[in-house]
Design a protein around this ligand. Structure first.
Ligand SMILES: NC(=O)c1ccc[n+]([C@@H]2O[C@H](COP(=O)([O-])OP(=O)(O)OC[C@H]3O[C@@H](n4cnc5c(N)ncnc54)[C@H](OP(=O)(O)O)[C@@H]3O)[C@@H](O)[C@H]2O)c1
Length: 430
């Protein structure tokens, strides 16, 4: 007997899910043990032209009725956003359906409710496509690494910002020119806020941290900074020192293992770091675990077909579970670790200062760093006379100590401007 799939949404991802279900029908049936059949497709606008050959008779605007239909086995939610996606997923689970979703925003905002409903109804919840598109990451963290102890998850999880920063690095373009190009090529939305301000990456970081550290994490727990303030000068300065600027999502355990930090911000990484070679709109995630060591996952982080590949993998998993009368893994939050404040995060910093061209300036600046216990690794001067800038790279220090240092520097008469402050990641602790 066929397994019936209700699809919520037929946009960029949904239309490709339909195409793959049709094109790969025989293989999917063999892999699952039963054929898949599309029971219905909920959309907002019935008359819209679709990029797929969906039978018009399957389209409906009554998503609520579709997800509660007795003959539906699996509900695939690719509408996005919080509502009506949340209510539809809950209604589906409450009527006994298993759910596959690509919805990072919902899982990062209210994953607890969705996971609780899955548990209460003995339903499956799979969401591989919610983080980094085609890249298998949720299943490796949830299943393959379930026997290990993850220390850190560090990665590029937003293709739009990576495209923009890569263009700035390779061509010297300004942020706004690179953004315009990304929009013209379809890599950035007309309203790019979710990407360039780091909201999209923060939602993914929350999901990754929760799974990696067996704790509950929401988007509100994530320290978030976007890339809109990055200038062509910052990029050139990083380049001159052998670094490249990337928007990173970083989930890392504290040294005592009792808490962890989750943050999304631009950072300089050495050009020799594997993440430095991630170009254009690609994503890559570095996982460090106690026994497995370093692992890297790389690939297309978005796009209809790549994301649909991850959705299909989940549909196959749910289909197999249904036939076997079993379920996939539940949410695991037993460790219940706390998220530590950003001020306790320890990293290195690159600081550019516009200073007066006077003797003794360097000593006074160094003094201000020393006062906050931030030790300086390298100092160099860029430019001469009135245009001179001091560029300092620190050893590891807490974010709180660095913030206090910057505050102190801003008050010094010899510091005309704190031109930029950027974290440096991906180097050995020193
Ligand atoms: N696009 C990607 O590359 C990508 C990558 C990873 C994850 N995702 C996630 O996948 C999900 C879908 O993204 P997408 O890019 O495919 O979005 P999209 O192109 O905007 O498609 C959304 C679909 O949902 C339908 N819809 C909207 N509101 C609805 C409602 N109230 N009731 C029923 N249907 C409704 C729309 O109907 P109409 O067609 O009639 O307007 C459309 O078919 C999101 O959670 C997104 O974060 C996307």
């Amino acid at each position: 007997m066929a397994l019936k799939v209700a699809l919520l949404g037929c946009g960029v991802v949904g239309s490709q899910v339909i195409r793959l279900i049709h094109e790969q029908a025989d293989d999917l049936a063999a892999r699952i043990g039963a054929p898949l059949e599309i029971a219905g497709v909920a959309v907002r606008r019935l008359g819209r032209r679709r990029d797929t050959d969906v039978d018009p008779a399957l389209l409906t605007t009554d998503a609520e009725a579709l997800v509660t239909r007795d003959d539906v086995d699996i509900v695939v939610e690719v509408i996005g956003g919080i509502e009506p996606a949340r209510s539809l997923i809950l209604a589906a689970m409450n009527s006994g359906k298993s759910v596959v979703t690509a919805n990072k925003a919902l899982l990062a905002e209210d994953g607890a409710t969705i996971h609780a409903a899955a548990r209460a109804n003995n339903a499956d919840l799979y969401f591989e496509a919610a983080v980094a598109g085609a890249i298998p990451l949720i299943r490796p963290l949830r299943e393959s690494l379930a026997g290990d102890h993850v220390h850190q998850v560090l990665g590029i999880v937003n293709g739009t910002t990576n495209y923009i920063l890569d263009k700035m690095d390779s061509s010297g373009a300004s942020f706004s020119d690179a953004l315009e190009e990304a929009q013209a090529l379809g890599y950035a939305e007309a309203d790019p806020t979710a990407d360039v301000e780091g909201f999209d990456a923060a939602a993914k970081a929350a999901i990754l941290a929760g799974i990696a550290f067996h704790s509950r994490v929401t988007a509100a727990d994530v320290h978030r900074e976007g890339i809109t303030e990055i200038t062509a000068t910052d990029v050139a300065s990083a380049k001159a020192m052998g670094y490249v600027i990337k928007l990173l999502a970083i989930c890392s355990r504290s040294e005592d293992g009792r808490s962890f930090g989750v943050r999304v911000h631009p950072a300089m990484i050495p050009r020799t770091h594997p993440l430095a070679g991630v170009r254009e709109a690609y994503n890559a995630v570095f996982v460090e675990a106690r026994s497995a060591g370093q692992l890297m996952f790389y690939g297309a982080g978005a796009g209809g077909a790549p994301t649909a590949s991850a959705v299909l993998g989940d549909i196959v998993a749910v289909g197999r579970n249904l036939l076997a009368g079993t379920r996939g893994p539940e949410e695991s939050t037993y460790a219940d670790l706390s998220v530590h404040p950003m001020g306790e995060t320890v990293t290195r910093y690159h600081v550019s200062l516009d200073v007066a061209d006077k003797p003794g300036v360097l000593a006074r600046v160094a003094d201000m760093f020393a006062k906050q216990d931030v030790s300086i690794q390298t100092v160099r001067q860029e430019g001469h006379g009135d245009d001179a800038q001091l560029v300092l790279v620190t050893h590891r220090a807490t974010d709180a100590a660095l913030s206090a240092t910057i505050e102190g520097l801003r008050e010094m008469d010899i510091v005309r401007d704190v031109v930029s402050v950027m974290r440096v990641e991906g180097e050995d602790a020193s």
